[in-house]
Design a protein around this ligand. Structure first.
Ligand code: DX5
Ligand code: ZN
Length: 225
């Protein structure tokens, strides 16, 4: 069974910006600095142009992350995610989030993720209204607000994102964890926590820095302010 999502404010380093030649060591570094949620970006070359990682990488990290008391947060940027979620659950994902724009079957996909023993999240791109979550709100464990257009690390934070987070919170209620992904760094962290986000994905701000452990601590401190 997947580990439960944290309810306190946490920064989730995204391995998209890590050095994949030494991925395990990079994950160890940020976990030693206090990270407990490791964010894995899965891209299929269709829903978004890039192709990144699949279940093999999730499986390769699962024991290491779980042994250190952490969890794997898998963000699927793939079309028809319902065909893939069981495989990611078997690979050791704890939370699986898919995009509302990628399937007509939100309710089915959420149920399928939960059958696999994972918590379930739905992500919205910047142009999808918060209302897209209204009819699945009760089933959601997590709602993810993309604060950049999905597909690439290192983009600038979209300034409308705090207001979007507030609209998403109003739609989903207090139950789901509210996550934000894209352009989160020491300068933008407090704006998203102020808007209600508690799980903050940070890719380039952590793994793009010369010292990812220190960079993780800096973003976590900024999120706590
Ligand atoms: C982008 C991914 C993000 C990415 C964020 O589509 O979903 O998780 O790693 O990268 P930064 O933090 O650099 O914007
Ligand atoms: Zn992501």
């Amino acid at each position: 069974m997947g580990r439960p999502l944290p309810r306190d404010v946490q920064v989730a380093p995204s391995i998209l910006s890590a050095d994949f030649a030494r991925l395990g060591a990079q994950v160890d570094e940020v976990m030693a600095a206090g990270a407990r949620v490791i964010h894995c970006d899965v891209m299929d070359g269709h829903f978004v142009p890039p192709i990144t990682i699949g279940p093999l990488i999730v499986a390769a990290l699962a024991d290491r992350v779980h042994a250190a008391g952490g969890l794997l947060d898998v963000h699927l940027m793939i079309e028809r995610p319902e065909r893939q979620v069981a495989e990611f659950a078997r690979a050791g994902a704890d939370n699986i989030t898919f995009h509302a724009e990628a399937t007509p079957h939100l309710d089915y996909t959420i149920a399928h993720i939960k059958e696999g023993g994972c918590s379930a999240g739905v992500a919205l791109t910047p142009s999808t209204p918060a209302d897209a979550l209204s009819d699945v709100a009760d089933a959601l464990d997590l709602a993810l607000c993309m604060s950049v257009n999905p597909g690439w690390g290192g983009q600038s934070f979209l300034p409308g994102s705090p207001a979007k987070l507030q609209r998403m919170r109003a739609v989903v209620g207090d139950g789901p964890v509210l996550e934000v992904d894209g352009g989160v760094d020491v300068d933008t962290a407090s704006a998203v926590t102020g808007a209600g986000a508690t799980l903050l994905v940070a890719g380039s701000a952590v793994f793009g820095a010369p010292d990812p452990a220190q960079a993780y601590r800096d973003v976590a401190d900024a999120a706590a302010r």
